[in-house]
Design a protein around this ligand. Structure first.
Ligand SMILES: Nc1ncnc2c1ncn2[C@@H]1O[C@H](COP(=O)(O)OP(=O)(O)O)[C@@H](O)[C@H]1O
Ligand SMILES: [Mg+2]
Length: 251
């Protein structure tokens, strides 16, 4: 029998997990923290003719990897991120999020995977306008029936907003709002973090500080990070760049 790296890994897995009756039974099952797509496409109906936004997307992102998605405006980056994160369903193909097939999952099932595994940072911050910084950051934990205020206070301290706990989003600058959003994204210890142009609405200097913060918050690389960005410098700080062109991944 030929001992390829993967059969070797299977043997190690069997040794490491003797109590598991079927250790890694299907070696092709994606791992926790990973992302996988196979043949993913998105087509939307428009009045004249259907519009294909994405097509033939095959990708694998390993746990702990940092990947940038780059490409011109309109190339399909946000659509791809929405599919990877289970916010939207593909028209065809498979999406595996954190080891779970979500292409056929109900909205509730996808929401459960997102709540369990995923953090988001958006270009427009998307904080709850009527809630304080502290309550915004605590929200992901509160939604799971946990008390979030201690963890939220700690994280706001870490992002440099320990003195702004009770400010509303509109009382904060764009850079400060994005700091709150980053604290919120990390508060529930996600294993996958998605960021869509996280520095896109910030001036250069503020954007650089936010970029540093994003990476510093996950210095231990506990999370897989997928960042959509126009910023070549931010893209270059990732392990790998995926380039979209008119809805297709360039080789
Ligand atoms: N729900 C939709 N209905 C119609 N067109 C859409 C929809 N979502 C996205 N598009 C179009 O698909 C293309 C890709 O959009 P998007 O994923 O937002 O690109 P990017 O993030 O790279 O700028 C754009 O031309 C956009 O107008
Ligand atoms: Mg976009």
């Amino acid at each position: 029998m030929e001992h390829t790296p993967s059969t070797h890994a299977r043997h190690l897995a069997a040794i490491d997990a003797p109590s598991d009756p079927k250790p890694n039974a299907d070696a092709s099952t994606p791992q926790r923290g990973s992302l996988r797509t196979r043949g993913v496409g998105k087509t939307v109906p428009l009045p004249d003719a259907p519009l294909t936004i994405l097509d033939g997307i095959d990708l694998d992102i390993a746990p702990g990897e940092r990947v940038a998605i780059v490409g011109a405006s309109g190339s399909g980056k946000t659509t791809l991120l929405s599919l990877l994160a289970g916010l939207d369903l593909p028209s065809r193909g498979e999406v595996w999020l954190d080891g779970t097939p979500i292409h056929a999952a109900s909205e509730d099932a996808r929401a459960a995977v997102r709540a369990e595994a995923v953090g988001f940072v958006f270009q427009n911050f998307q904080l709850m306008p009527a809630m304080s910084a502290l309550d915004n950051v605590a929200l992901p934990l509160e939604l799971r029936g946990k008390s979030g205020s201690d963890a939220a206070r700690d994280l706001l301290q870490r992002v440099g907003l320990g003195e702004r706990l009770h400010h509303l989003p509109r009382q904060l600058s764009g850079g400060e709002q994005q700091r709150v959003a980053i604290a919120r994204a990390f508060v529930a210890r996600p294993c996958i973090l998605f960021a869509d142009e996280p520095t896109g609405n910030l001036d250069r200097r503020t954007g650089l500080a936010i970029e540093d913060l994003l990476f510093d918050m996950d210095a231990a690389r506990a999370a897989t990070v997928v960042i959509v960005t126009h910023d070549e410098r931010l893209a270059a700080r990732c392990d790998r760049q995926l380039r979209l062109d008119a809805g297709r991944l360039l080789p």
